[in-house]
Design a protein around this ligand. Structure first.
Ligand SMILES: Cc1cc2nc3c(=O)[nH]c(=O)nc-3n(C[C@H](O)[C@H](O)[C@H](O)COP(=O)(O)O)c2cc1C
Length: 197
């Protein structure tokens, strides 16, 4: 089985497997376990009440792994302290940020001035093309199988992933309904270079 893709190169990870943002589950312990196993773990910022708690959680994961990890930002949920959280992300040397739940324009414009890799969650071809035009490093394409977290138009992963893989140049990460190695192989056949689950 071929594991090496543009995504593993981009993120400097062994397997093209990302632990998706998980509200109230995606803390440092889980994220470090995924990163230590060769994927990309993520701290989910929306589970944390404020920017200082996010800083503590990032410092905790730095103590648990020396591998790359990400922070997931749900834009609609961070409210007024989004700028403070972003400042913490920069100060604490986070290398990857994933963005969901809102218009990513301002965030991508801000992060383009840094070395931080940006993964934008999308559920349509239009959103993917917009994210690419705004400088996103890769898109996470979430089909309706992802529990309607995104993709409320009812378009499944199987349809969405090839459609977006044909429409953008940046790596596509498939998400929604992928649970094992067969799912990864299917996603790869559809044009994805990684999976988020
Ligand atoms: C309990 C739960 C909480 C989630 N919270 C977030 C979140 O905070 N941010 C995010 O980007 N995605 C979130 N997601 C979506 C997942 O990261 C992922 O895109 C989706 O679950 C993929 O589908 P799968 O569960 O079939 O693998 C959440 C999913 C679940 C099940």
């Amino acid at each position: 089985m071929e594991w090496s893709t543009r995504l593993t190169d981009l993120l400097n990870i062994q397997y093209p497997i990302i632990q998706g943002g998980l509200a109230y589950l995606g803390y440092a312990d889980l994220a470090a376990a995924v990163s230590n196993a060769g994927g990309l773990g993520q701290i989910t910022a929306m589970s944390l009440p404020d920017a200082n708690s996010l800083r503590c959680e990032i410092q905790r994961i730095h103590a648990l792994t020396d591998k790359p990890f990400g922070v997931n930002l749900a834009l609609g949920m961070q409210r007024a302290d989004l700028a403070d959280r972003l400042q913490v992300i920069k100060e604490e040397n986070v290398s990857v940020v994933s963005i969901t739940g809102g218009n990513p324009t301002d965030m991508l414009n801000e992060l383009r001035r840094t070395d931080i890799i940006t993964l934008v969650l999308v559920s349509s071809r239009r959103q993917a093309q917009k994210a690419e035009a705004l400088g996103a490093s890769a898109v996470i394409v979430v089909g309706n199988e992802g529990g309607g977290h995104l993709g409320r138009d009812g378009v499944g992963t199987m349809v969405l992933v090839p459609s977006i893989a044909d429409a953008v140049q940046i790596p596509v990460i498939a998400s929604g309904g992928i649970g094992d190695g067969r799912g990864w192989m299917a996603a790869q056949a559809l044009g994805a270079e990684g999976i988020a689950m």
